[in-house]
Design a protein around this ligand. Structure first.
Ligand SMILES: Nc1ncnc2c1ncn2[C@@H]1O[C@H](COP(=O)(O)OP(=O)(O)OP(=O)(O)O)[C@@H](O)[C@H]1O
Ligand SMILES: [Mg+2]
Length: 317
């Protein structure tokens, strides 16, 4: 694992509560009252694996998701109930739908589920969408596209599926899937607008949805964070693309690219990356938070574990 800043980072976190489930980035506890406690660590995942630790990342993700949930609640209700600690959220425990709803505004990406590598290889029908010839790498798509993947089970990789396939494979029932697509495109439009006002391009993002105990649709997990999205600096984007350079990203794409450059394709133990990759990613996650929200990023008290335990004491009863 990347060691830079590890002393100040939140890796694993244990609470004396039942119902514990461990994700790649989050530790969760299913509380007996229908709520779920999510603690966001500083772990960074890429290629569906934990690769290393990024200082302050957990706090940035938790607080930025909260900020975006408030700015999208008029489009779709979400799971967020409270933020009892900079790294923790109390949410409605939902039944997650088995599909990751990826929305893309740009022809980009570096992983096998991304559309740029496949477009460059000559593919013109991607996730069931036909693309014209002559699109420029990292340039805008004719319109934002939904490119779903199935949600990988433990240790697996997310698999691409077409918009029609989600319905015909029985992952989500037809009317609900229609609604989800409308909601996802509206969320992406909102996200793109707010990002643009802050000088960013929201290139693509991923949404997760769930149903509450009454069967109502909820936006769950995280929204428009630099883990679930690609964000680019708008100011230098055109000049960089003209010069044949990649966009300047404020997300984890730099980690994916560094892994690729080291020959990693997603299988086996990931290579160690230079410490600068981790510190630079931390700086960028914080810069994104500050520019989007217009608020200074104030790191929570350290050590994070002690602070979490204090702030969550009420739940531990
Ligand atoms: N309100 C909710 N109810 C039930 N499950 C939820 C809710 N919000 C998020 N989840 C689930 O909790 C998990 C969050 O953990 P984490 O972010 O570590 O996910 P992951 O999918 O393992 O990793 P990655 O985000 O890197 O793909 C996800 O499986 C997500 O679907
Ligand atoms: Mg996740």
């Amino acid at each position: 694992m990347g060691a830079a800043g590890a002393a100040a980072s939140l890796s694993d976190f244990v609470l004396d509560l039942p119902g514990h489930v461990s994700g790649k980035v989050r530790e969760a506890w299913e509380l007996p009252d229908g709520r779920r406690l999510l603690v966001t660590s500083d772990r960074l995942s890429a290629f569906d694996r934990v690769i290393g630790l990024v200082p302050h990342k957990g706090q940035v993700l938790n607080q930025l998701a909260g900020w975006w949930f408030a700015r999208t609640a008029d489009i779709v209700p979400n799971h967020l109930l409270a933020i009892p600690d900079p790294n923790a959220s109390l949410v409605i425990d939902a039944s997650p739908l088995p599909v990751e709803v990826v929305v893309r505004g740009r022809l980009t990406g570096s992983t096998s589920t991304s559309i740029l590598p496949r477009y460059l290889a000559g593919d013109r029908v991607l996730y069931g969408h036909r693309l014209p010839d002559g699109l420029r790498p990292h340039g805008p798509l004719p319109q934002p596209l939904i490119t779903p993947t199935t949600k990988a089970q433990d240790g697996g990789h997310d698999q691409p599926i077409t918009v029609e396939g989600v319905e015909t494979d029985g992952l989500v029932e037809r009317r609900l899937w229609r609604r989800i697509q409308d909601v996802a495109l509206a969320l992406f439009e909102r996200g793109s607008q707010i990002a643009e006002d802050a000088g960013f391009v929201l290139a693509d993002t991923k949404y997760e949805f769930g149903l509450d105990s009454d069967g109502n649709l909820l936006l769950i997990d995280e929204v428009h964070t630099p883990d679930s999205s690609r964000y680019w600096d708008a100011a230098n984007l055109d000049a960089r693309l003209e010069a044949g350079q990649a966009p300047e990203g404020f997300d984890k794409e730099a980690v994916r690219l560094a892994l690729r450059a080291a020959g990693y394709r997603g299988d086996g133990t990931p290579p160690d990356l230079a410490p600068s990759v981790w510190t630079e990613t931390s700086t960028r996650y914080i810069a994104l938070y500050e520019r989007l929200t217009g608020l200074p990023f104030v790191p929570g008290e350290q050590p994070i574990e002690d602070r979490l335990r204090r702030n969550l004491a009420g739940l531990l009863g």
